[in-house]
Design a protein around this ligand. Structure first.
Ligand SMILES: NC(=O)c1ccc[n+]([C@@H]2O[C@H](COP(=O)([O-])OP(=O)(O)OC[C@H]3O[C@@H](n4cnc5c(N)ncnc54)[C@H](O)[C@@H]3O)[C@@H](O)[C@H]2O)c1
Length: 325
């Protein structure tokens, strides 16, 4: 594998929820995108998605050469792969489907083309069993929905993925502004979704037990820890939580209470009855606001937060460059 070949042309396999969003991001970063999907209305749906996403991407800053006209669609997979530098695979989350598809991709692509899977739950060790000739170029590059706004990509190799592939994938996604997280061991759900799942379990438990309503648990989360988590992660916040004594003092002070609370955390069973309690409570929280209104509210704040974080990251980068110089 040549480490230096620039990645300029991306083949998108599957243009559903994630494929359409990745396509929008790659186009905004000035890359060429060739997409393929088997659904009859896929091209129209994809173009509509990109057009709708474009104003937000413009607000966040388009790269030189970025244009929706760099998007090509073809129903023919071989045509989509021709001259691709990297494949972003976003097909249905089924192991039989992915293994068969990876066999096809492996045959059609030169060995130095990375095949990156968006898979949320399948492991690369299983998926790459389908790629008999060059499994070493297959890697998970898992986004957080929607990837055109949320700049997180988790990178995980399988048993046969080469270190060079992982490094090149990290470099590529970082170069287009993604924050990459390298997951060292394959885990169901990788990292970010596991964190969400752990928290959701307790949220559902507290609402189902009548401890708190959906509205109040969401307030507690989004105006409390969530506000801080939009800025820093749990480990760094714990370091601050210890005051001048940092993480060492945090553990001295909170190890006892925290581990005692762990023993009381819930593990709800999502029976139809429990789901009804949760659903009713969510509808009471949403009130008359439509999904579209709630999405618009979410995206407005999200864009502002991303802009602010980018600005702060840029200014601290400038400061550290100046201090090195
Ligand atoms: N939806 C999410 O929040 C999310 C988040 C991160 C990762 N993912 C992962 O992304 C992948 C795609 O998920 P999604 O939610 O976009 O699913 P989706 O159902 O919205 O899209 C899948 C697309 O694949 C297409 N497809 C099916 N067979 C095909 C073939 N042979 N060739 C080309 N296209 C084909 C379908 O027509 C469909 O458009 C999954 O692996 C999933 O785990 C999803």
């Amino acid at each position: 594998m040549t480490d230096t070949k620039p990645i300029r042309r991306i083949a998108i396999i599957g243009t559903g929820v994630i494929g359409a969003s990745w396509s929008s991001l790659f186009l905004a970063k000035g890359l060429q995108v060739v997409a393929t999907d088997i659904a009859p209305n896929a091209e129209a749906a994809l173009r509509k998605f990109v057009e709708t996403a474009w104003p937000a991407l413009k607000r966040l800053g388009l790269s030189p050469g970025a244009s929706q006209s760099n998007l090509t669609f073809t129903p023919d997979i071989a045509q989509a792969l021709a001259r691709a530098d990297l494949v972003q695979e976003n097909g249905p989350e089924r192991i039989d489907f992915k293994q068969k598809l990876y066999g096809q991709l492996d045959e059609l692509l030169p060995p130095d083309v990375i095949i990156a899977s968006s898979s949320s739950g399948l492991t690369m060790s299983e998926i790459q069993k389908g790629a008999a000739s060059h499994p070493e170029r297959c890697v998970i590059a898992h986004p957080f929905n929607p990837p055109h706004l949320i700049p997180l990509t988790e990178i995980v190799g399988g048993a046969k993925t080469s270190e060079a592939t992982i490094r090149r994938a990290e470099e590529f996604y970082t170069s287009i502004g993604q924050r990459t997280v390298r997951v060292n061991k394959e885990m169901p759900g990788h990292v970010a979704n596991r964190l969400q799942a752990a928290l959701s379990r307790e949220v559902y438990y507290l609402v189902a037990e009548g401890v708190v309503s959906a509205a109040d648990v969401d307030t507690a989360l989004s105006w409390g820890p969530g506000l801080r988590w939009g800025v820093m992660g749990s480990m760094m916040l714990n370091h601050l939580g210890g005051g001048p004594g940092g993480i060492e003092h945090f553990f001295q002070q909170f190890t006892g209470p925290m581990t005692a609370w762990w023993k009381t955390l819930g593990s709800p069973v999502l029976t139809p009855e429990v789901q009804k309690i949760l659903i009713d409570s969510v509808h009471a929280e949403a009130g008359s606001r439509t999904i579209e209104e709630l999405e618009a509210e979410r995206d407005e704040v999200l864009l502002g937060l991303i802009e602010l974080r980018n600005k702060v990251a840029k200014s601290s980068q400038t400061k550290s460059t100046k201090s090195v110089a």
